[in-house]
Design a protein around this ligand. Structure first.
Ligand code: F6P
Length: 362
């Protein structure tokens, strides 16, 4: 049976999105002879006049190694709470009926939404409104439940690890403390795994509010052992025991999305003031989301795309593809968005880090 399916990428971009798009198109077209269309800029492309394009085999040729998403994305404009200018200022309005109407108008049999927590929550709501939806989990933060890992995370860990390797030599030459701020607003996976891989001395994650005295003590002990430099990795969502997360732009000034940033500068400043050690801060920022995906993420993204098409063929809607162990399977989208996948402060990985002599803020 011939079908038309649609795919969109929502939320922040991430390496591997194009692998998913290509996986969907190749398996839908080559194996099934279906038609695939791509919605532009996430759910934004389904508001007002729909913005979409045909995704033929030609359209996805050569995109596997490319970062970002050929369809564009947006982490603003949630159709469930869309900012609309009214007499009382900006109000958040549910415009999801427009999305449903547009999808039906386009003659789409099923919609694949590739994204993180926010995108998948919208997908769940649309499924409840009767649209046949399939979710694909994406985020460099790896904070989604329902899957062992999201694509994009492995690439980000690789980028941060390489940065830490490079920062070691300059930190050591100047006998400095180098504080590296990495992404991870609610979960410290990037900081923790790249910190272990990149031989950091101190790792600060949102799940363990850090004690500043303990951070200074760890640096002191290293100096006493003859290491005059230290590398600190701080997730953007890390915060001191007696303090708050560092917010750069408050949510009411940014369409409901809080922008974090500044914990690296805060920690660096405290260390130099309290210890008199020369300190520098490096904020890796969006470098972690850019560029070519790692082989792992290319493979995972491709497998997720293939499985998403299988789910549509099986009529299995309201599901999210997932990696469990080495197998790609699927879970209810609801299970993925109920809560976040966060680092367990008493888990195996944190214990391994501590056993290696890495200080985790406590
Ligand atoms: O969700 C992934 C993430 O990288 C977060 O760690 C970070 O806070 C956020 O995206 C930044 O998004 P943007 O600057 O694109 O709005």
């Amino acid at each position: 049976m011939s079908r038309t399916i649609a795919i969109l990428t929502g939320g922040g971009d991430c390496p591997g999105l194009n692998a998913v798009i290509r996986g969907v198109v190749r398996s839908a077209v080559l194996q099934r002879g279906w038609r695939v269309i791509g919605i532009e800029d996430g759910f934004d492309g389904l508001l007002g006049e729909p913005r979409w394009r045909e995704l033929t085999l030609d359209a996805v040729r050569g995109i596997l190694p490319r970062g970002g998403t050929i369809l564009g994305t947006s982490n603003r404009g949630n159709p469930l709470a869309y900012p609309v200018e009214t007499n009382n200022g900006i109000e958040l309005v549910d415009v999801s009926d427009q999305v449903v109407a547009n999808v039906r108008e386009l003659g789409v049999d099923a919609l694949i939404a590739v994204g993180g927590d926010g995108t998948l929550k919208i997908a769940r709501a649309l499924q409840e409104k009767g649209l046949p939806m399939v979710g694909v989990p994406k985020t460099i933060d790896n904070d989604l439940r329902g899957t062992d890992v999201t694509f994009g995370y492995n690439t980000a860990v690789g980028i941060v690890t390489e940065a830490l390797d490079r920062l070691h030599s300059t930190a050591e030459s100047h006998h400095r403390v180098m504080v590296v701020e990495v992404m991870g607003r609610d979960a410290g996976w990037i900081a923790l795994e790249s910190g272990i891989a990149g031989s950091a001395d101190i790792i600060l994650v949102p799940e363990i509010p850090f004690k500043f005295d303990a951070v200074c003590e760890a640096i002191r002990q290293r100096r006493a052992r003859g290491s005059r430099f230290s590398i600190v990795v701080a997730a953007e969502g890390a915060f001191p025991f007696d303090g708050q997360k560092s917010v750069k732009v408050a949510s009411d000034k940014n369409l409901g999305v809080e922008r974090l940033g500044g914990i690296g500068a805060f920690v660096a400043n405290e260390i130099s003031q309290h210890m008199g050690i020369e300190t520098r801060v490096v904020v890796l920022g969006h470098v972690q989301r850019g560029g070519t995906p790692s082989p792992f993420d290319r493979i995972l993204g491709s497998r997720f795309g293939v499985r998403a098409v299988e789910l549509i063929e099986e009529g299995n809607y309201g599901r999210m593809v997932s990696l469990r162990g080495r197998s790609v399977c699927d879970v209810d989208i609801v299970d993925a968005v109920d809560s976040l996948n966060r680092v367990d402060p008493d888990g195996n990985l944190i214990k391994a880090a501590e056993a290696l002599g890495i200080m985790v803020g406590r």
